[in-house]
Design a protein around this ligand. Structure first.
Ligand SMILES: Cc1cc2nc3c(=O)[nH]c(=O)nc-3n(C[C@H](O)[C@H](O)[C@H](O)COP(=O)(O)OP(=O)(O)OC[C@H]3O[C@@H](n4cnc5c(N)ncnc54)[C@H](O)[C@@H]3O)c2cc1C
Length: 538
């Protein structure tokens, strides 16, 4: 059903992957860090090695053009892109595949696909790029399951150059979206790590966090209006630059993770491509000195485009290496004016907290590929291609992320690090590697992002992994943070999300779901369970 096949067991398309040089460097790094002398490499799975349960649905004649029950299509839609998703594919294990995949080509066909799910009593899972790392697209246990893949809704339909906004279909992937905006001189600039393979509808449904470290951190503020197909009908919000007319309909669907409806279109705020840039890396003696500096920067109203604080070990891994220091990758950009004054002031604040930098690096202006920020970005976007090679070698690689106010940050950070390190040791008997960086910054607190890498025993890989990961997730919530700053809730984070959100809010959300999806067929188990205390709506 697609011209270019996605890889079903890892990142990217079937015809691409990590280069031999990247794999060699990965092995060198793992060997140096964990003292591994030789690698036992599990071969990547072939589609024919994995048996899937027979489809339990008959596709009606009228939908045969857009619904597939082909083995490879079903295989591609079994999992997202978590470590355990790739690991289960390498274990050749997909016990609960979707029965069929619908590939609607327009909004009417989205409606038709939902109507079919309704008639057939099937669960419907909206599917954008399938890059969820929280089991957002993994089917729950159900008698019949249909994934609704929006890949054909892939166009920028209209550009309003006067208001700087564009009407864009929900299934378009990031790279294609930017390519279509470029001739108009605009960009959405929502460059998250998974940008190439994730979709606009997925970003809105998960409240994704882009590359801007401050100000426009989540997709939320770039949404002007939405069109959503629900089992109860289709709705469209009004295009407005702002509105005080009651609770926002857009905000109800932003972050709804496919449980309320399928986002088919959105008017998005776009901007001119930046032409003025300044970037550098600032070194600090340790992570907390760096944290104090970026707090000062974020509270000074400077709004850097990038302000990533990296722990020393992680900095060495992703590029701007400096053995003992913590590093801040700092950049400013504008389509309108030089940004040197902003950079100058940010560096003054950094210096007040002991920061030092290479004055030469400041000359690297102009292209986003230039300078330290460019180097960091290039390595960053290549990293997902290594995930399958880590799994093949029995190395756990996972991330978990949160946000916390500044007054509690240091305790939060040290408690989460301690609890997770203890869990790694308990589960594997080894130290592993655990690093932290800030992905986003607010005047009242940072979004800390933890990366865990650790050799596992291949025979009990999943058990060891879960023993560690659940301790880490519980530590985020127990220490006052959110279970997720931008990875969403999905099925993975549900037990922790339940601890943090008020119960009355869950009740209100269940009521909204009953109005829009009376039979509860859309992505059940994500965010909430059906309200069983009240009779189902007719
Ligand atoms: C290597 C890697 C790096 C990542 N980096 C980031 C990052 O920097 N920032 C970040 O925020 N996230 C990141 N993620 C997580 C993931 O990419 C995001 O959650 C992304 O927004 C998911 O988009 P998608 O199109 O792939 O959605 P999918 O994975 O297809 O779906 C995610 C959820 O949204 C629902 N959904 C999808 N499309 C629609 C729609 N049109 N209407 C209604 N519901 C829908 C699905 O049902 C599911 O619940 C990363 C993931 C990976 C694997």
């Amino acid at each position: 059903m697609s011209a270019r096949r996605r890889k079903f067991y890892g990142w990217g398309y079937a015809d691409e992957g990590a280069t031999p040089e990247e794999i060699r460097l990965l092995e060198q790094t793992l060997a140096a860090r964990f003292g591994i002398t030789s690698f036992d490499v599990t071969p990547a799975p072939r589609a024919e090695e994995i048996t899937l349960r027979a489809p339990r649905l008959e596709v009606p004649a009228g939908l045969k053009d857009i619904v597939s029950t082909a083995h490879l299509d079903r295989l591609e839609h079994c999992y997202g892109q978590m470590f355990v998703d790739v690991a289960r594919m390498f274990a050749r294990s997909c016990p609960n595949p979707p029965d069929a995949i619908a590939f609607p080509r327009n909004e009417q066909e989205v409606t038709d696909a939902l109507a079919w799910c309704d008639e057939a009593g099937a669960v419907a899972i909206p599917y954008g790029g399938g890059t969820s790392v929280v089991a957002g697209v993994e089917p729950p246990q159900a008698d019949r399951i249909v994934s609704i893949d929006l890949r054909h809704l892939d166009r920028v339909l209209e550009v309003d150059a006067v208001s700087q906004a564009a009407r864009i279909q929900g299934g378009v992937l990031g790279k294609e979206l930017e390519a279509q905006l470029k001739p108009h001189g605009f960009t959405l600039r929502h460059y998250m790590q998974s940008f190439e393979l994730s979709s606009l509808g997925g970003w809105i449904a998960t409240r994704s966090g882009g590359h801007y470290a401050t100000l426009y951190t989540h997709i939320d503020d770039q949404v002007e209006s939405l069109r959503v197909v629900t089992p109860a009908g289709t709705l469209e919000s009004r295009r407005l630059p702002g509105s005080g007319a009651g609770p926002s309909p857009d905000r109800m669907f932003i972050g709804s993770e496919g449980i309320l409806g399928i986002i088919t279109e959105a008017w998005m705020r776009v901007r001119k491509r930046p032409s003025f840039r300044a970037s550098t890396t600032v070194r600090f003696k340790n992570f907390y000195a760096g944290a104090d500096a970026v707090r000062a920067i974020s509270q000074a109203g400077l709004y850097p485009a990038n302000c990533r604080l990296l722990q020393a070990e992680e900095a060495a891994y992703t590029g701007p290496a400096d053995k003992d220091a913590a590093v801040v990758v700092l950049s400013f950009e504008s389509a309108d004016h030089p940004v040197d004054a902003w950079m100058q002031r940010a560096l003054e604040l950094a210096a007040e907290h002991g920061g030092s930098w290479d004055a030469e690096a400041l000359l690297n202006q102009g292209s986003h590929r230039a300078g330290a920020a460019g180097e960091w970005r290039d390595k960053f976007v290549r990293m997902p291609y290594l995930s399958e090679h880590m799994v093949a070698r029995g190395i756990a690689a996972t991330t978990f992320e949160s946000a916390i106010t500044w007054d509690r940050f240091k305790d939060f950070h040290s408690n989460v690090m301690d609890a997770t390190r203890r869990a790694i040791k308990r589960a594997t008997g080894r130290e592993g590697s655990l690093t932290c960086r800030f992905t986003h910054l607010y005047p009242d607190g940072p979004a800390p992002y933890f990366t865990l890498t650790c050799p596992l025993d291949k025979a009990k890989m999943l058990q060891q992994f879960w023993d560690i990961k659940h301790v880490a997730l519980q530590a985020l919530v127990a220490n006052g943070g959110t279970i997720t700053h931008h990875h969403a809730v999905g099925r993975l984070h549900r037990p922790y999300y339940d601890q943090q959100r008020p119960e009355l809010f869950a009740k209100a959300l269940r009521a909204a779901k009953r109005a829009l999806d009376p039979k509860g067929m859309l992505n059940p188990g994500v965010l909430i369970d059906p309200d069983r205390s009240e009779p189902a709506a007719k």
